[in-house]
Design a protein around this ligand. Structure first.
Ligand code: G3H
Length: 195
């Protein structure tokens, strides 16, 4: 069995301000997580001859991967965070206040709700298909550094969770979810590297 390690990027400056989307760098805590993650990956994959690190094309995942050395890194646009369209850069409070109808429709059906000029969870699930095919094909371990909405969908695929749960699955910051695919099925471990 070979592991797939799933993790969100380290805390970003926008996470600190409660803003969704954007393309900011990491906060101090986020930087620290990147270092701890590199340490963890180095130890965990020491005995592996090959492994690769996959990120999105957004700064916060690329910066989270940057302290990891010795493994090839691949950027996937398909691993970018859900596109919040006209709401990109807003806080949930601002959306609620300035676009109450959008806020309500999302609350009613978060899976199908598509941000104006952006994406829905269903859109994200669909664009992840090539990533999943490639993950299944890999023989070596892969570390996937991505974003909350995307990781909810990826995790649900491997953990066999129903579609309707996807937008609500908890994928905390600064935690590694290790998936092992063996003959007896899928095993999962979690490593919380910091608060
Ligand atoms: O910036 C987007 C968030 O990571 C996605 O979270 O779908 O719960 O709003 P949400």
């Amino acid at each position: 069995p070979r592991p797939i390690l799933l993790t969100r990027h380290g805390e970003s400056r926008d996470n600190v301000r409660g803003r969704i989307g954007g393309d900011t760098a990491l906060s101090e805590a986020g930087d620290l997580y990147a270092k701890k993650l590199a340490n963890f990956v180095e130890k965990r994959l020491k005995s592996e001859r090959t492994a690769s690190i996959w990120t999105s094309t957004l700064q916060r995942t690329i910066l989270t991967a940057s302290p990891i050395v010795g493994f090839p890194k691949i950027q996937w646009r398909a691993l970018d965070e859900i596109n919040a369209g006209v709401c990109d850069g807003m806080t949930y409070e601002e959306i609620k206040k300035n676009m109450p109808e959008e806020y309500e429709s999302r609350k009613k059906d978060k899976l199908r709700y598509r941000y104006p000029r952006g994406e829905s969870y269903l859109d994200v699930i669909q664009r992840l298909e090539p990533v999943i095919i490639e993950l299944e094909r890999q023989r070596a371990p892969v570390v996937v550094i991505s974003h909350q909405a995307v990781l909810r969908a990826l995790y649900a695929y491997f953990a066999d969770r129903p579609l309707k749960e996807i937008p609500h699955i908890e994928v905390p910051l600064h935690t590694i979810i290790e998936i092992q695919m063996g003959v007896t099925g899928v095993q999962e471990k979690r490593y919380k590297l910091m608060d």
